[in-house]
Write a new protein. Structure first.
Length: 252
């Protein structure tokens, strides 16, 4: 096992998981739900962590398929696998780079059926009648400044269990697709490596979600997260390209 490659892989995985949690749909709905349901700060953070765990479990389940294919590929073409895996990472990095500079910075989730796009909040907000229906809280793409506006759409308190189930389903079926290439690269280290990367995914994702939810609950929702969110594809692009090059150079 090459320590340089494995350490870079772990760092890349954590950054990808943590940055993914910057997306407003990964923390803003919990703030809105917590205030509407009059939850304590602790309860809101616990619900956030539980939903984040579902997010991690579903991503890990997809990762099993990716890792299985990678492990089989590595067993058959062990000498060529570093080039294949490294080249795939570079290509994924180039994809994120192109998406950054073509203005397509929306976050596409494989199973949620919608894309989260970044809109300007400097002008007037245009809302359609059903944009913020209480049954569609997962369409919250708003800036943190809009928390109070969104809260007003919840005219009555719903059942806690119904709200928690809805938030859990929202995050569970929106896997962190950006982490799948990390699972593929880690296939060289077998299932032990997969288990370690799964732990990294869990820590990075849940820590990110809880952190941004907590900051907002503290009244810091006016902090601007656009910089992190805007340049997330560029940061991930750089990390993937760097990791891919390191794998090609040091694992051959």
């Amino acid at each position: 096992m090459n320590d340089v490659v494995f350490t870079t892989l772990i760092v890349t995985g954590f950054i990808v998981a943590f940055l993914h949690a910057v997306i407003p749909t990964h923390w803003l709905p919990f703030v809105v739900a917590g205030r509407a349901q009059r939850w304590s700060r602790v309860k809101t953070l616990v619900v956030t962590g539980i939903a984040g765990s579902g997010h991690v479990l579903f991503t890990t389940a997809l990762g099993v398929l990716v890792a299985w294919g990678g492990i089989a590929l590595n067993a058959q073409w062990s000498r060529a696998f570093p080039v294949i895996a490294g080249g795939a990472l570079v290509l994924v990095g180039v994809f994120y780079f192109i998406r950054q500079f073509t203005g397509r910075r929306g976050h596409v989730h494989l199973f949620s059926g919608h894309t989260h796009h970044h809109h300007s909040h400097d002008g007037d907000h245009q809302h359609h009648p059903n944009d913020h229906d209480e049954d569609h809280v997962h369409h919250v793409d708003a800036h943190p400044d809009d928390v109070e506006v969104i809260e007003k759409q919840w005219s009555h308190r719903s059942s806690d269990w119904a709200v928690i189930a809805g938030l859990f389903a929202l995050l569970t079926f929106s896997p962190c697709e950006a982490f799948l290439p990390v699972f593929l690269t880690g296939a060289k280290y077998g299932w032990a490596g997969f288990a370690f990367l799964s732990a990294v995914l869990a820590v990075g994702t849940v820590a990110g979600m809880v952190t941004f939810t907590w900051l907002t609950l503290l009244g810091l929702q006016r902090l601007r997260f656009e910089a992190l969110e805007k340049y997330e594809p560029l940061i991930i692009s750089g990390m993937f390209c760097l990791l891919g090059i390191i794998i090609i150079l040091f694992e051959r």
